[in-house]
Design a protein around this ligand. Sequence first.
Ligand SMILES: Cc1cc2nc3c(=O)[nH]c(=O)nc-3n(C[C@H](O)[C@H](O)[C@H](O)COP(=O)(O)OP(=O)(O)OC[C@H]3O[C@@H](n4cnc5c(N)ncnc54)[C@H](O)[C@@H]3O)c2cc1C
Length: 399
Amino acid sequence: MIGAGAAGMMAAIFAARRGRRTLLLEKCRQPGLKILISGGGRCNLTTTKSGKDLEAQYGAARGRFLRHALRSFPPTALREFVEQAGLPLREEDLEKLFPVSQKARDVVELLLRLVRESGASLRTGNGVRALRRDGDGFVIDSDGGEVRAGSVVLATGGLSYPKTGATGDGYAWCRDLGHTITATFPALAPLAVDEAWVKELQGIVLHDVDLCSLDAAGRVLCSRRRPILFTHKGLSGPAPMDLAGDVEEQRGAGAVRFDFAPEERADDLERQWLAAIAAHGTRAVASLLPQRLPERARAALVSRAGAAGTLANLDKAARRRLLDATKRLCVPVARSLGYDHAEVTRGGVALDEVDPRTMQSRVAPGLFVCGELLDVDGPIGGFNFQAAFATGRLAGLHA
Ligand SMILES: Cc1cc2nc3c(=O)[nH]c(=O)nc-3n(C[C@H](O)[C@H](O)[C@H](O)COP(=O)(O)OP(=O)(O)OC[C@H]3O[C@@H](n4cnc5c(N)ncnc54)[C@H](O)[C@@H]3O)c2cc1C
């Protein structure tokens, strides 16, 4: 096994429990670095979502690939697995599950204990430099010397947060062994936005606002109603981060669109505005906007629409501009803040070249691929660990 993150440790535990002689090689001195920093140091291990709803989080094709892994090891099974090993979990907002202790370190320690108890050997500070075929098996060239193996589980992760050890090493080995690597992009990262009004709202968090990603032709790719945080660099928080992979895939031609009043249809909203204008002409234009929006946000929308003043002075053109700003404010977004800030990598080992029931490569028998190295990613909410644990377990059960 190469890579002692969530997927690799899981694979080692399940392979060794079957009596397979298992060696887990890890480049960093500390295994599970990404688990340690996940969920703000608390580790959002999985979700309470299940079934089709769970699969849908990964998108249609990726969800279909993960179906067997997720059905054979759903979030309830992952929860039982860690709770039986002594780490109780509890549910928080957005159906997220965290350790009751609130410590990601407890997750790493638990996995390391299970690796030890399974009989697998773990060598840390032992980076793998090359992997090649040797007859029916493989030769692994590592910092600690050459290792021969009948089968190899690759769990080296993607390209996100390279300081945790994930530097995309597995892609090159998979490519050399005949695999296709789909284009990779940073995902779950804050969005870089250059517009002045966005930067001026720095520090504000919006709830109950819809944000969607658009392709170059203006078509909606994905829509999210989750918190949005304005920062000095652009947009952060669950909704913008969930859309980062889509933005990156547009290669500079992407955009996001706000709907600040998602519960109201545009024509209903305009009708309400007309009634308010007729009845309260002396009120400020900002009074038309949803009162749950912070005052600074309302002022920014009015100013962007060039509609400042009182309701009595709001002419039809300004009213329409304000309606556009409220219901469909488009912001061009060329990129996210990149891999250094991305929680996950979109793209990776092509899924049609991996058997979804075993994680065994269809092009290089004896090779197993799991975790983020695969072309699989999910939104914020424990979905990426869930996929890593479930695919790592399958690889361990079959390697
Ligand atoms: C800041 C942050 C917060 C996150 N929070 C959450 C969260 O709360 N919930 C959630 O579900 N997901 C979260 N994620 C995503 C989640 O951490 C990853 O999806 C998951 O860790 C992927 O697991 P993995 O085992 O496939 O890869 P990784 O965790 O990246 O593990 C790969 C391992 O392989 C090792 N390796 C790489 N190359 C070599 C080599 N050449 N030789 C030997 N070893 C090598 C690396 O050092 C590393 O230990 C977060 C990610 C980040 C960066």
